[in-house]
Design a protein around this ligand. Structure first.
Ligand SMILES: O=C(O)CCC(=O)C(=O)O
Length: 283
């Protein structure tokens, strides 16, 4: 359960940070499992259906950029996604009927970990309402040096920033973001951030010699339905499951209109999409 202060903070700022949400033992178990999953994979030879490697390393390099959908593939992560403590907190923020939406583990390895440019999650998968959030679990101490999350407080209420250019979704804000307003969410391993789906966020390259592994689970209210069934939506929806309460019989609409993300082609991740956008390939 979250405190009233945390709930108020989430609604006012678009996020709340909870130190010590996971015990050191829980963090250690998740990291041991992660090491087991990635062991033996290299840039030249890895299971592309389960993970993405950092591209800028030798072919025998072992630095993983992201694990795809850990809560679908591995029981330890799935159990966490359905744990009472976590669902109680999510319920405090978006109500009693909850869909698990998707998961990923961003590895941000030392001295290489890729940048994440400013974006709002709802731009990727527009829903009929905004009761959707990401839960970010720091599995390492995260700070400015190793690329902790940065967010723009209080910017979750308005319109979506532009994420499109030349008619195609770019996976990142295509209008200027004033990062002088950004708040760095530093935290020890075990810290959890509950972040609204409209909160603009980003993180820089990992410049340190320490990892910054962050597990991200997304949830939404059961009456929040995708408004646009492109190929990307159909793919992500296969991971969606009811984790608390009842399946909705009615979709709840709270917005008159919302930008549609036309993906130029299927992309495996935000990293790849943002890279292609930087190279001017999405047009
Ligand atoms: O790992 C991060 O710093 C942010 C990740 C993120 O925004 C995402 O994967 O959508």
């Amino acid at each position: 359960m979250l405190s009233n202060t945390q709930i108020t903070e989430y609604h006012q700022d678009g996020y709340t940070v909870c130190p010590n949400f996971l015990t050191p033992d829980e963090v250690a178990q998740l990291l041991t499992e992660t090491e087991k999953i990635i062991s033996g994979n290299t840039l030249a030879s890895h299971d592309k259906s389960l993970m993405e490697m950092e591209p800028d390393q030798p072919s025998n390099g072992v630095k993983v950029r992201r694990l795809y959908e850990p809560c679908t593939h591995y029981p330890l992560f799935r159990t966490l996604s359905e744990s009472k403590k976590l669902l109680d907190a999510v319920e405090d923020l978006i109500g009693p009927n909850l869909l698990f939406h998707y998961s990923k583990l961003n590895m941000k390895p030392p001295e290489i970990g890729s940048v994440v440019e400013w974006h709002q999650d709802l731009s990727y998968y527009p829903l009929t309402n905004r009761d959707s959030l990401a839960v970010l679990f720091y599995l390492d101490d995260a700070d400015a040096e190793n690329g902790c999350l940065q967010m723009l407080p209080g910017r979750h209420e308005g319109d979506l920033l532009a994420h499109t250019s030349e008619g195609y979704f770019q996976g990142k804000a295509t209008e200027a973001v004033d990062s002088s307003e950004a708040v760095l969410a530093e935290g020890k391993a075990g810290t959890v951030i509950f972040m609204h789906c409209m909160t603009p966020h980003a993180s820089i390259t990992n410049r340190s010699n320490r990892s910054r592994r962050t597990l991200i689970l997304s949830y939404r209210a059961a009456d929040a339905f995708p408004i646009y069934y492109g190929e990307m939506t159909s793919h992500v929806e296969t991971h969606t499951r009811l984790v608390r309460g009842h399946r909705a019989q009615m979709a709840r609409f709270t917005m008159k209109e919302f930008p549609v993300p036309y993906y130029k082609e299927r992309s495996v991740s935000l990293y790849e999409l943002q890279e292609r956008s930087r190279k001017g390939e999405i047009r």
